[in-house]
Design a protein around this ligand. Sequence first.
Ligand SMILES: Cc1ncc(COP(=O)(O)O)c(C=O)c1O
Length: 319
Amino acid sequence: MAKVGPNDFVIDLGSGDGRLVIAAVGTFKARGLALAVTMARHYGLTKLAVPSAGNAAGALAAYAAAARIEAHIFMPKDVPFANYVEAMVYGAKVTLVDGLISDCGRMVAERKEKEGWFDISTLKEPFRVEGKKTMGYELVEQLGWEYPDAVFYPTGGGVGLIGMWKAFAEMEALAWVRPGKRPRMIAVQSSGCAPVVRAFEQGANVSQMWQGATTFAAGLRVPKPYGDSIMLEILRESGGLALALPDDQILASLKSWAQYEGIFLSPEGAAATAAYEHLLATGFLKSGDRVVLFNTGAGLKYTDVTAEAMGLRRPAPQS
Ligand SMILES: Cc1ncc(COP(=O)(O)O)c(C=O)c1O
């Protein structure tokens, strides 16, 4: 955990987050898939299938390779190139889909019975959320068993947010956390795909499918999260909110944190830092608040999409 302000912290899960087993690094998706694949192996499953926005695919491919289990991956054809390469390197069977993660999910659902695949989609099996809940345990442990005032979570399917809330309940039952108010949970999305923000603002209990989803924060490109109702309940119960910012603001925050803090955030992590800056400016956060921001991935997994967003090309060599 790095300190970035008098009271505030960044938990950087990008640089080496292959927990529990040896394999995947690079994003926090490793936490959920490490546990899910370990349990799949325990139960004797031999063929796993997943729809993915990109990073879950890489993590599944790595752990499945280590466990000698087949991984069948469906992801949008325009995922960051690193996601495609890592899945191929680990030997997964990859289908690139002309659509979004929701279309990938439909394809898995249509084929899984005939193919004998176990569907390891977010919240359709019980263990990914258990792996991701470790974020909640760790942040409280690292803050001396106290809650921060707010937690910023880049939200696609929302499993980390749901997992952290579960972790808080467990730690309270175990009396591991000092009595106090739970943190306000802040779900951060991109304005190019913000179904949770729209539902939150409308006072709805579920989200509606977001049409034409687009953002360089690829992990946030989930047009209709499966766990939306659970997330919305947590956001309201915690006194938090859901907030979306446009990609140019996310990119500006990514560049500024690289240039002034020396941290190459993932675009999803930069959505959290942009939201943090925004909520400080609006007064929603007070300067004395203690806040935790999650950088959920390594910026280096996104060199192609970040270069494109920056309009960056390799210059002609000088002779
Ligand atoms: C780097 C990164 N951050 C955040 C998310 C969103 O995670 P969740 O689905 O738990 O909301 C993803 C999802 O793919 C991701 O890859």
